[in-house]
Design a protein around this ligand. Structure first.
Ligand SMILES: Cc1ncc(C[n+]2csc(CCOP(=O)(O)OP(=O)(O)O)c2C)c(N)n1
Ligand code: SF4
Ligand SMILES: [Mg+2]
Length: 261
């Protein structure tokens, strides 16, 4: 058991790769949300936590939806709970970048527009990793993937700007390199009335091509070099939650990753 976790909602020994950034993210998000939570996870690496058949890695109710409909699924659960007068249960959609910025975008947009009280978390490993590393809209410029073997020719889709255009009460970017900042943002998302969205940068040693012990260091370098910005937007007011020091250059961030070779 990890004593830094208040709630041990996720079992140890889940079969993510060594050094998986997503593994850190899901444990920390659920550490804040607690046991009164229902989670919706679409196909992707996070589905490893949903489990197989009768087995699950989490001691909270969860559903595995489809890549297209995480947000709609979560909103339906929220409506059902409200109809039963159960308003104190967190409903969280926990989806990868492909499930969020590409395939599930329409469903997410509808839920945000309707103002449904759903916490939506996108863990961003910057490609379709569970199916072998195909490029997504969230893959950065110049990164190689199985479907961009020469390198991606267009920039990363700015999902946070897209979400902000829906004028929801709480939007934040976060990183597994800065856990306290991440957990504070999850708490805010939990407390807010209406929809909330958190986009977490989760480095992936297998897909990005770096040594598994470097995951947290790479996540921090992304922030310190300005390649990933940490901020929150409360009722439309954007505030940076970490100043970029430029103590690390973008080259230093990228050169440790084979995908940028
Ligand atoms: C509509 C649809 N297309 C393709 C798939 C196959 N598929 C399953 S998981 C997955 C990858 C999802 O990528 P992402 O959401 O980024 O999560 P990650 O695997 O990176 O954790 C894909 C393409 C699917 N399940 N449904
Ligand atoms: S492929 Fe990447 S995101 Fe998926 S389990 Fe492995 S390290 Fe984690
Ligand atoms: Mg992904």
């Amino acid at each position: 058991m990890n004593n830094n976790l208040k709630h041990n909602i996720v079992a140890q020994g889940v079969s993510t790769c060594a050094g998986c950034g997503l593994d850190i993210a899901i444990r920390r998000v659920l550490n804040v949300l607690g046991e009164e939570t229902i989670i919706v996870i679409p196909p992707g690496c996070a589905a490893l936590f949903s489990g197989y058949g009768n087995c699950t890695a989490m001691k909270i109710p969860g559903f595995q939806g489809n890549l297209e409909n995480t947000a709609a699924y979560a909103a339906g659960i929220r409506s059902g709970l409200e109809a039963q007068g159960k308003n104190n249960i967190n409903v969280v959609g926990f989806a990868g970048d492909g499930a969020t910025v590409d395939i599930g975008l329409q469903s997410l947009s509808g839920v945000l527009e309707r103002g449904e009280k759903v916490i939506y978390v996108c863990y961003d490993n910057e490609a379709y990793m569970n199916t072998g590393n195909q490029r997504s809209g969230s893959t950065p410029l110049n990164a190689t993937t199985k479907t961009t073997p020469g390198s991606k020719l267009v920039p990363k889709k700015n999902m946070l700007e897209i979400v902000m255009a829906h004028h929801i009460p709480y939007v934040a970017s976060a990183s597994i390199g800065y856990i306290k900042d991440l957990e504070r943002k999850v708490q805010k998302a939990k407390d807010v009335q209406g929809p909330s969205y958190i986009h977490i940068h989760t480095p992936c040693p297998t897909g990005w091509g770096f040594e598994p012990h470097l995951t947290v260091e790479i996540a921090r370098k992304a922030v310190l070099s300005g390649m990933w910005e940490l901020f929150e937007v409360i009722d439309g007011n954007k505030v940076s939650t970490m100043q970029v020091t430029n103590s690390v250059t973008p080259e230093e961030y990228m050169c440790e990753q084979r995908r940028f070779k």
